[in-house]
Write a protein that binds this ligand. Structure first.
Ligand SMILES: C[S@@+](CC[C@H](N)C(=O)[O-])C[C@H]1O[C@@H](n2cnc3c(N)ncnc32)[C@H](O)[C@@H]1O
Length: 278
């Protein structure tokens, strides 16, 4: 049996745009049941467990399948979520949305209240809120039954519980007659296929990516915020980098005197919108 280090150098020799340092480390951690990069470094001399499984995984990855779908895992806010091709692979920006939202929830004293994750996909945002605020009541909604099945897998895996609502836009959420304190959402917002990476187009669910017009899901929330939200509320969105102007027009159309801020991600692109009523 080779050591993890030997396997690492063997994998480094494979020339593929999909097999970079990050992916190799993720694969070795997954197959050896190691949960942190530091533990991987500390255990490099150990025998590589489940190494035989790696050959098939590498074949799929080299052919273009995103490695998260191959290992059925994606890390979000330090938690390993189950993913497969029924859901979008959670992105770094979305993790940033989550962390910024938590900061605002704490500042606004909205901890452990009633939260909605609209367009939940694998459930990363809603489930992470529940893990962070165990006394909260969390609802997650999506049109895709397949995605909601993945949410159930994640609930079981992480031993937590959120309320699942199958809903086209907000239709069935509104029928609950619930008032939320925080709505978080990373909805579809890509207007056309032209700008999308080939690997994303080929493997990730199109229903999770595209919206026409790109503001469609934000407008759905703006239109219904009075029925949906409590008096004091926070709306937290991930947005596309060119959407600020069109979203300002919509905010002015639907809200009176509300506080809103657009924030930039670590690459200095405007990627988040927060609307706050204190
Ligand atoms: C960009 S993905 C976000 C997934 C997850 N929140 C994340 O950040 O990883 C958008 C989600 O919106 C859902 N969706 C698409 N059209 C919808 C609709 N008409 N009503 C409700 N959800 C919809 C998709 O099924 C998909 O899971």
């Amino acid at each position: 049996m080779p050591s993890i280090r030997e396997k690492y150098f063997e994998l480094k020799k494979i020339k593929s745009p999909y097999l970079n340092e990050n992916v190799i480390r993720a694969l070795l951690m997954h197959t050896n049941d190691i949960r942190s990069p530091l533990d991987l470094t500390l255990n490099m001399e150990k025998e590589c467990k489940n190494c035989a499984k790696l050959a098939e995984m590498i074949e799929n990855i080299v052919s273009g399948v995103p490695y998260q779908y191959v290992i059925n895992e994606s890390i979000f806010n330090k938690v390993y979520f189950y993913v497969d091709n029924r859901v979008l692979i959670p992105r770094n920006e979305t993790e940033e949305l989550f962390q910024r939202t938590v900061k605002l929830i704490n500042e606004l004293h909205l901890e452990n209240k009633i939260y909605l994750d609209f367009c939940t996909g694998s459930g990363v945002l809603g489930i992470s809120l529940k893990l962070n605020y165990p006394q909260s009541e969390v609802y997650v909604s999506d049109i895709s039954k397949d995605a909601l099945d993945v949410v159930k897998i994640n609930m079981n895996r992480l031993n937590t519980n959120v309320e699942i609502v199958e809903s086209d836009m907000l239709n069935n959420v509104l029928s609950l007659n619930k008032k939320f304190d925080v709505l978080i959402s990373n909805p579809p917002y890509i207007p056309s296929k032209d700008t999308v990476d080939k690997q994303v187009l080929e493997y990730e669910p199109h229903i999770a990516l595209f919206a026409n017009p790109d503001t469609r899901f934000y407008e759905e929330v703006f239109k219904h915020y009075k029925e949906l939200m409590n008096e004091k509320y926070l709306l937290a969105f991930e947005i596309g980098e060119d959407m600020e102007e069109s979203l300002i027009l919509l905010i002015k159309k639907y809200f009176i005197n509300v506080k809103y801020t657009f924030e930039k991600d670590i690459y200095n692109k405007t990627r988040f919108l927060f609307i706050i009523n204190e």
